[in-house]
Write a protein that binds this ligand. Structure first.
Ligand code: BTN
Length: 262
């Protein structure tokens, strides 16, 4: 189990984690962080759980976090004066932070659009961003990050629509989850300071899985195969069809698969 005192000893990391809540077991850290965000929690508030019993994934899916096996954390972010058009950067910031933290451990990870972190072709981490808006003003963001660390984190295989992976399988030494949390927060804090500069989009393109390869994008009424060109400045996927036409596809409800895995 994670140790609350040890976690406290690494916090805050820059402007993240000054306010911190830890649960041995909770339904969903995003759920708690959303409630806190809506009731005045400050920017950088952090919620961590050792186990989630009702973890949430993207597109209404569930996300399992068995005790002692994974990282499940949610951050309340309240960026000031962020242009609505830059809100897409928040979506990718979490995935980039995980990828760059893993790189610091010598592990090469990629991002499957929009924000799944892949290790050796399997999904090892996911990011769920839930925003609160008042008209076109962003009031808060809750950024939930789930990382499969030990083998026991991969359960309920039927819930996955893509092969799963965990960090432990990539490394010879035991992974310390508290250290990993610190590393992710360190990158996140740096990236948070760059919000709105467009730098996340460049990094997103660099780390994108299947770039230049054939992929199929399905969902939300579409089913198209083409070459993955990258992401545009506003985070849309650029897919070049055989006709040469380049489609720009928004994040909402789409699923991307490499053609050889369909
Ligand atoms: C995905 O479907 O890829 C996103 C998964 C996000 C899971 C994390 S775990 C911590 C936070 N709390 C949740 O309930 N979900 C996110």
């Amino acid at each position: 189990m994670l140790n609350k005192r040890r976690l406290q000893s690494i916090l805050p990391v820059g402007r993240l984690g000054d306010v911190f809540r830890y649960y041995n077991r909770i339904g969903s850290t995003n759920e708690v962080a959303l409630e806190m965000a809506q009731t005045g929690a400050q920017d950088g508030t952090l919620v961590i759980a050792d186990e989630q019993t009702a973890g949430r994934g993207r597109a209404g899916r569930t996300w399992s976090t068995p005790a002692g096996s994974a990282v499940a954390m949610s951050l309340v972010l309240k960026p000031e004066n962020l242009a609505a058009k830059s809100a897409g950067e928040l979506t990718v910031m979490g995935a980039l932070a995980v990828v760059e933290a893993l790189e610091a451990h010598g592990v090469a990870a990629k991002i499957k659009w929009p924000n799944d972190v892949l290790l050796s072709g399997g999904k090892a981490a996911g990011v769920l961003v839930e925003n609160g808006w008042m008209e076109d003003k962003l009031l808060y963001t809750v950024m939930g990050i789930g990382i499969n660390v030990h083998a026991a984190s991969i359960q309920n295989l039927e819930q996955f629509d893509f092969p799963a992976a965990c960090l432990e399988d990539e490394l010879t030494e035991r992974v310390d989850r508290t250290e990993l949390i610190k590393d992710v927060l360190t990158v996140l804090d740096e990236r948070y300071a760059q919000l709105g500069s467009g730098s996340h989009m460049t990094a997103w393109n660099d780390k994108m899985a299947y770039r230049g390869e054939s992929v199929t994008v399905q969902g939300a009424g579409m089913n198209s195969t083409g070459k993955l060109v990258g992401v545009s400045e506003n985070g849309q996927l650029r897919l070049q069809l055989v006709t040469g036409e380049v489609l720009q596809i928004g994040v909402g409800g789409h699923n991307l698969r490499p053609v050889d895995k369909i």
